[in-house]
Design a protein around this ligand. Sequence first.
Ligand code: FAD
Length: 425
Amino acid sequence: MEGKLRVAIVGAGPVGSLAALYAANRGHSVEIYELRGDLRDPSTIPLNFTKSINLALSERGLNAMRHADQPNLVENVLAATIPMRGRMIHRRTAAGALCEEPQDYDPVHGNAILAIDRGGLNKRLLDILEAMPNVKFFFNHKLTGADFKQNKAWFEVRENGSSRNPGDRREIEISFDLMLGCDGAHSAVRYHMMKFTQMDYQQTYVPALWCEFQIKPKESAPDENPMSRYRISPNHLHIWPAKEFMFIAIPGEGGAFVCTLFAPPWVYSKLESDPTALLIPFFDEHFPGVTQLIPPEELISSFQQNPHLPLISIKCKPYHYGSSVVILGDAAHAMVPFYGQGMNAGLESVRILFDILDKHARMDELLSPDSKFAVESRARALEEYTAIRVPDAHAINDMALNNYEEMRAKVLSRKYLLRKWLEEK
Ligand code: FAD
């Protein structure tokens, strides 16, 4: 990449943190602006997530970390993952007995996807960045405006992390050579970029809400094998498919599972009307065995206390403006979680962007060191990034939407569906 740039990263989620690492390892001066407090501070409440959620990390995301030129990053990340070699489908047999049906992802080679704590991965990246002399953090800084012709942006600084008292707020102006907008699905960078470029933008709320639950570990003696603390197989992504809705469980460290109920808003409305009376019969009817893994009172309190959140799918184009700004991750291509690829695709976007910037930088070195030329060349690199990344990101987005039906209905084996159908005749 030409010269050393002032790179402003907006958003210190997994995508912004990896993008900061790529930029810092190229010697740029990196400033990371994050709306919330430091995730590593226990008093910081994660946006949208009540607790830290477990995600599926796949080769797409791992490969992006492998290319970050950061010694031991992948090894450290892998050490904190749990391989899930397939799905485990939970259902009742025709005779009414509880039944688990494993469906391996790769029966031939045994490849697995990996369960990882999203917060843990994020913190690991922040720790690495903190030790780098060319990286500066600005927590409690909210992007409120940007001029991508003048390469200036404005942030509201929330003293003590508070936004309630106007007296606690002030505004700062910054300048930059390149801004990377990694500020999630409701991206402010994208919003301000729209004023400078003719962006096609499509946002869809899918008719499903999600809420988080937890299966707690079994009590065990300190000298017992930690794997014995899992109440169900730790090496599977567990699914209770119920056609119109589903419940899933992803293993976490120490024997716990983070679970999610995905269901249409009308189901949530019904259950919200009287959770104490309705929730347990609903689970017993549709998600057999769950009330034996999560005590009914915990199930009800999680449903009452944890937020019921929507799922958004975003497609837009272009991802950049001129030579000064590019959006990455959920800011550019938020997708529904049913394909387990939102974060993975965001991390992959970082790798692809820097591959293209590097390629153009190598070509520039051969041609001219002139700085005007360098800016034009960066604009060409960003244009190439949009051209290459948009069709792929849109395709992953569509696949994620299609996989909702696959997970909540099609995973039921044909044999099972046939038997059910015959029973109903
Ligand atoms: P975010 O994680 O949203 O981070 C954006 C950051 O920007 C935040 O820290 C925010 O505070 C900050 N910010 C926002 N606005 C501003 C502003 N104005 N100024 C400054 N900072 C700002 N993905 C997978 O790959 N695998 C999975 O299994 C998976 N499961 C999921 C399950 C659920 C239920 C959900 C909801 C999502 C799942 N995802 C999964 C998707 C994944 O969580 C996202 O794709 C990923 O978190 C996107 O990372 P990001 O860094 O782009 O954005």
